[in-house]
Write a protein that binds this ligand. Structure first.
Ligand code: ZN
Length: 170
């Protein structure tokens, strides 16, 4: 692990959304804090009306709504413009950000240019398909995520605990 492993500002970010033609639209964003062993989850609205999407994008949305993360295109609480603010309130110069997978590293790096170094926990051995833990503690507040394998809240808790253990045993 790298040099900042022993400070208190290690967070793990996971998210779900739609891969549209111009960008990845984040719908659910979850942040795990190692120092409190807790996850904060936010749901974001979609700005562009569904009808304005291309047919290809609509197909991506339909697939994700039905078979993947089950988050409806029109579901959401906060506006997209607050997404970066949410991230920045959790991140300062001492924060080390982790996520899982190269594509998520890329998306977060683009959201936070020059703001934080982002590490891929797959490089620390978290590559196996996670074991899902269904209990009160890890359940997402979104009812449609009750038995869904693609929930960022659950992922953040599971990957975050992997990270916490890794940092503690280093
Ligand atoms: Zn969820």
């Amino acid at each position: 692990m790298h040099k900042q492993m022993d400070n208190m500002n290690n967070i793990l970010i996971d998210f779900q959304g739609y891969s549209l033609s111009q960008k990845f639209l984040i719908k659910e964003l979850s942040i795990y804090f190692t120092h409190t062993d807790s996850v904060s989850t936010y749901f974001f609205k979609s700005e562009a009306p569904f009808q304005s999407l291309s047919l290809k994008e609509k197909k991506v949305v339909w697939y994700c709504e039905k078979y993947y993360h089950k988050i409806r295109y029109n579901f959401g609480e906060a506006s997209q413009s607050t997404l970066c603010d949410v991230l920045k309130t959790c991140i300062d110069v001492n924060t080390v950000v982790y996520t899982k997978g190269a594509s998520k590293v890329k998306i977060l790096s683009e959201l936070l240019p020059g703001f934080a170094k982002i590490f891929n926990i797959e490089e620390y051995g978290c590559t196996k398909l996670k074991l899902k833990i269904y209990n009160e503690e890890t359940n997402c507040r979104a009812s449609f995520h009750k038995n869904c394998l693609h929930c960022s809240h659950q992922n953040a808790m599971i990957f975050g605990r992997f990270l916490k253990e890794l940092l503690e045993n280093e």
